[in-house]
Design a protein around this ligand. Structure first.
Ligand code: AMP
Length: 221
């Protein structure tokens, strides 16, 4: 299965990608996570990406295209993957189409999760992550916790630098201007599935599965 999770920041792409990745035993490829790892390691890409990410802007296409080309060539991606956060520009989408053609991948879908800006700002300002296992929580879920409920790490919660209201507003503007056209790119290819991202997590997952079964009736997901 080859899926692309698409939508504004904070709409729940990472949460759904994780659920689908476990359900179908295929890797969750988050370009945001790959870049944050590069920043943490101080690699050349990380050094270039750090400022751009903290400002809520997009890392240049050439860098992202190369990261995805290398990642999708890995053995673990051979039987499918879930892309989260890529493509974010039409140039990335065009390049991915060429890469899919080269890898003879034709049964793919872009799942577009939709939500309004105010809900997204509310979710992102309350978002916290565990440094140790990368699990994501809303503040209300971990308010009195010292230990991560998933991995048990102590005092491991942190807020991403780009989850402040000012940067979130920039990220939403970038989404509108540079990323949104990607949706039509896949609509024109008949590869688009639109799902309301505001519903409870389990309902969003079942809507996705239902939609995939309609798109690929021969597969029975
Ligand atoms: P995310 O974790 O998906 O919200 O990504 C965090 C940040 O990483 C974004 O705001 C961008 O600065 C950068 N980034 C992630 N994926 C891409 C991409 N496909 N193209 C350009 N920049 C990206």
């Amino acid at each position: 299965m080859y899926l692309i999770l698409f939508g504004a920041p904070g709409v729940g792409k990472g949460t759904q990608a994780k659920i689908l990745s476990e359900k179908f035993s295929i890797p969750h490829i988050s370009t945001g996570d790959i870049l944050r790892e590069a920043v943490k390691n101080g690699s050349p890409i990380g050094l270039e990406a750090k400022k751009i990410m903290n400002a809520g802007q997009l890392v240049p296409d050439e860098i992202m295209i190369e990261i995805i080309r290398e990642t999708l060539a890995e053995e673990r991606c051979k039987n499918g993957f879930i892309l989260d956060g890529y493509p974010r520009t039409t140039a990335q989408a065009e390049s991915l189409t060429r890469l899919f053609r080269k890898l003879t991948i034709s049964d793919y879908a872009l799942i577009c999760l939709e939500a309004n800006d105010e809900e997204v700002v509310k979710r992102l300002t309350a978002r916290r992550a565990c440094k140790s296992c990368r699990a994501i929580f809303s503040l209300s879920e971990i308010e009195n916790d010292v230990h991560c409920p998933i991995c048990g790490a102590e005092n491991s919660f942190y807020q991403r630098k780009d989850d402040t209201e000012e940067v979130i507003r920039t990220r939403l503007e970038v989404f509108q201007s540079s990323t949104k056209p990607v949706k039509n790119f896949y609509k024109n290819k008949n590869k688009l599935l639109v799902v309301n991202g505001l519903n409870p997590i389990e309902n969003v997952s079942s809507e996705i599965i239902k939609g995939l079964n309609q798109m690929f009736p021969q597969k029975n997901y």
